[in-house]
Design a binder for this molecule. Structure first.
Ligand code: AMP
Ligand code: ZN
Length: 275
């Protein structure tokens, strides 16, 4: 089948990972990561699915249920990590993390937590990469958001494989659906009867991404593909990525651009002191 061929091709062409490699898949319960789980299982890859229960009411309950049922049915090894449990653990482990009632209030905060915890889990498991379900529509949205903010350099690192940093504590993130349109993925879920959470996260309703998504809604597939190609041309020429200016956070020890990582800033209320 064409879609399956393209999926496998992206993995091999961009050298994302190999069949024998131990990898983890970030499984949200949305269609994209479920499709990846389905395909990795079908083609015999060596992976563990990781679901993060973000404790966002009914939304998190149904996401978790979908992951559990899907993995059981397809005999996929699934591990669930709860946001609350992780935060409570930090209250005892980390300086500054004393807040008891932390809630995720928006996409930025959620993203910081997921990146931090997934990197930690992947490293502890000795995984070679972290697979996420980002598709071409997601990627164009991110590019445009960064452009509209006046910070195109924030997209320097984007691609099917995160370009940055060969560092023993940093686990690269890969996106096998990077070149697949949302439309194609939806078609595949219908053919294969893959269930997916249709609900959107209630805390993301008014985010900037939703506005950009609406703006792109009626664009043709061809235009979307052209957009990603245009971005790639710009970044090929302009990319000025420094190989590694990565530090380790002085509070939690995780890889960070500053002395205090984004996670410790957000969840422990700490700030890098520039003096
Ligand atoms: P999103 O940021 O919600 O568009 O999700 C992008 C990708 O991040 C998904 O395709 C998953 O691979 C991963 N992801 C999002 N939420 C979760 C979650 N709660 N648990 C595990 N992985 C997730
Ligand atoms: Zn930190």
């Amino acid at each position: 089948m064409e879609f399956e061929k393209k999926f496998i091709n992206t993995i091999s062409k961009y050298k994302l990972f190999e069949k024998k490699d131990k990898v983890i898949l970030a499984l949200s319960g949305g269609k994209d990561s479920l499709v990846i789980a389905f395909l990795l299982k079908k083609f015999g890859y060596n992976f563990t699915a990781i679901h993060i229960d973000l404790n966002i009411g009914e939304y998190s309950k149904s996401s978790r249920k979908i992951c559990e049922e899907f993995c059981k049915e397809n005999e996929i090894h699934l591990e669930i990590y709860s946001f609350l449990e992780q935060i409570n653990k930090l209250n005892t482990d980390l300086k500054g993390c004393k807040k008891k009632e932390i809630q995720i209030t928006g996409c930025a905060m959620c993203g910081v937590f997921k990146k931090w915890i997934l990197n930690k889990i992947a490293r502890e498991k000795g995984a070679k990469v972290i697979i996420t379900g980002h598709n071409l529509d997601d990627e164009i949205q991110t590019f445009l958001m960064n452009f509209f903010k006046g910070s195109p350099e924030l997209s320097n690192n984007t691609g099917p494989k995160s370009k940055n940093i060969s560092d023993k504590k940093f686990i690269p993130r890969v996106k096998p659906l990077y070149y697949r349109l949302e439309k194609e993925i939806l078609e595949y879920t219908k053919i294969k009867k893959i269930p997916a959470l249709v609900k959107k996260c209630p805390r993301s309703e008014d985010s900037y991404r939703v506005q950009i998504r609406n703006f792109l809604e009626n664009r043709e597939s061809k235009e979307k593909l052209n957009l990603i190609k245009s971005f790639e041309k710009i970044y090929d020429k302009k990319a000025t990525k420094k190989e590694s200016d990565l530090l380790y956070c002085i509070n939690c020890g995780e890889p960070s651009r500053k002395k205090i990582c984004k996670f410790c800033e957000t969840f422990c209320g700490l700030k890098t002191n520039h003096n």
